[in-house]
Design a binder for this molecule. Structure first.
Ligand code: SF4
Length: 498
């Protein structure tokens, strides 16, 4: 649906953003076209400061014949919450309510809840001692979250609690980013580059090891214990065998100790795996590998630009098992072009036959920068309802496999307004994934596009430093980014003796 004009009585950036997010939930866009459903929608908000803060919202729906309908509502802030965030939440909730009433729209699965880590809100309420049922109710009342999503969110958050607690101010994780892939997938919006030639690769490894040495120095200086090492990208296994081996050995030699719980490598694509890499992983005691088929449909693999067949994924999985890798995760994407519910069921049946320890379901995110988003007209993507049916079918299959959802996160522009969910057998939880989503542990990022999150010892705030996404900037300015990370570490942890 589209409308000709959307008018807000404020140019406050956050207010404009949250109100536009409501339109996005129902794919309502503004366009000057004859077929517009409304000439204009006007939103006015009045805030009564005080305790509690109140927000009254009036919405005027101006029809194409000039007719106008007014609707209004008023809501009250929660006691004890930040008044500024509450004001924005209430403005959004009010408009969501009024728009749904006027247009008889169904509830959005996640209501007005937006953001990558919805579990952080739940953890905050759990910390405050709220019982499960109260949290469920509050998610519905405050954010309009549907019952199914609320249960998934609350139960997976409760599941994480014992894992989240296994950290303290000196326990950290390491993320190593290798931003290369054998080829670029159609839907990819990651900063991943096709593996460069020898000269460029040599330069990358020099810079990467300089970055790594700086993190090793910080770990020693601040007396950190490394709980997890995660090698992601890109596809780290796209590196030549000798470079891959050196990288793993250096990571292991620099950060492995008795405190290490998880050493995970993303081996996303079978066309990048070799027996030598498998041996390197075994030698360096990698105990978790993510082997990501995304789909087991040959025609889709071709369509999304992957240069392998489903049988190659099966072969890689069996090789990982035969080598004794204790934990294997498989990623599946829901909502790929040309797929329907039957394709997802078939993919999941094939994955269930392999019996991985962990399956992560991703709802396709059509982010800016992906070729898929730029070429939407050339592809057929499932509609929201079909995407949701596909997701339900996949989740049902994980249940039959005996897997339990244990972490979730969301991205912008996800198919069916869905989420990404990690499901595993008991004992196969990824500590790194839980810690990175919880944002209660310091993560030090090395390599291209790697992010460092430095969490204060009280867990009250975090500071973030991003290595550049553009590979040439990373190569040219690594010292600047090392210095920035060191400065943040110093700000958060203070001066430490060597
Ligand atoms: S394997 Fe992953 S990072 Fe690499 S191109 Fe495909 S989607 Fe992007």
């Amino acid at each position: 649906m589209h409308i000709r004009k959307f008018t807000i009585d404020s140019d406050e950036q956050v207010v404009v953003k949250v109100l536009r997010e409501v339109l996005d939930l129902y794919r309502i866009s503004t366009a000057d076209e004859d077929s517009a459903a409304f000439e204009e929608i006007v939103v006015r908000n009045e805030t009564a400061e005080g305790n509690p803060l109140r927000v009254r919202t009036e919405t005027i729906f101006v029809g194409t014949e000039g007719d106008a309908k007014r609707r209004s509502t008023e809501t009250v802030a929660r006691d004890g919450e930040n008044p500024r965030s509450e004001r924005h939440r209430l403005i959004k909730l009010n408009f969501y309510k009024l728009l749904r009433e006027e247009l008889s729209l169904p509830e959005a699965p996640w209501g007005i809840l937006y953001g990558v880590r919805p579990s952080k809100i739940v953890h905050r309420w759990l910390d405050a001692g709220l019982p499960r049922d109260d949290i469920m109710e509050r998610l519905h009342e405050d954010y309009g979250v549907g019952e199914d999503k609320a249960a998934l969110l609350v139960d997976s958050s409760i599941y994480q609690r014992p894992f989240l607690r296994q950290t303290d101010s000196r326990t950290v994780s390491i993320y190593a980013g290798i931003p290369f892939c054998p080829s670029r997938c159609l839907y990819c919006s990651f900063p991943a580059f096709v593996l460069p030639g020898e000269k460029m690769l040599r330069r990358f490894t020099e810079v990467f090891f300089r970055d790594l040495a700086a993190v090793r120095g910080a770990v020693a200086q601040y007396g950190f214990r490394v709980q997890n090492i995660y090698v992601g990208g890109g596809t780290p296994t796209s590196l030549p065998d000798d470079v891959f081996d050196e990288m793993l050995r250096t990571l292991h030699g620099s950060f492995a100790s008795d405190a290490l719980v998880e050493f995970c490598v993303e081996a996303g694509r079978p066309d990048s795996m070799t027996p030598a890499k498998l041996q390197s992983m075994v030698r360096c005691q990698v105990n978790r590998v993510s082997a990501n088929p995304q789909t087991m449909q040959a025609r889709t693999l071709r369509r999304i630009g992957r240069r392998h067949e489903p049988e190659d994924i099966v072969r890689m999985y069996r090789d990982l098992r035969a080598a004794g890798i204790p934990c294997v995760n498989m990623d599946v994407i829901i909502g790929l072009p040309g797929e329907d519910v039957r394709d997802v069921e078939d993919t999941m049946e094939k994955i269930a036959d392999l019996a991985p320890d962990d399956v992560t379901l991703h709802a396709l995110a059509l982010k800016k920068g992906s070729r898929l988003r730029e070429n939407l007209s050339e592809t057929e993507l499932p509609d929201d309802e079909t995407a949701r049916d596909m997701f339900t079918a996949a989740m049902d299959c994980t249940k039959r496999m005996g897997l339990t959802p244990y972490y979730l996160y969301r991205q912008g522009y996800q198919s069916g307004q869905l989420e990404n969910v990690g499901c595993c057998r008991p004992g196969a939880e990824s500590m790194y994934n839980i810690q990175i989503m919880g944002e209660r542990q310091t993560i030090l990022g090395i390599g291209g596009a790697a992010t460092s999150k430095i969490v204060s010892p009280t867990q009250k705030y975090l500071k973030t430093s991003f290595n550049p996404k553009e590979i040439t900037v990373y190569l040219d300015k690594v010292d600047y980014y090392i210095e920035k990370r060191n400065r943040l570490l110093h700000e958060v942890y203070g001066e430490q003796e060597d």
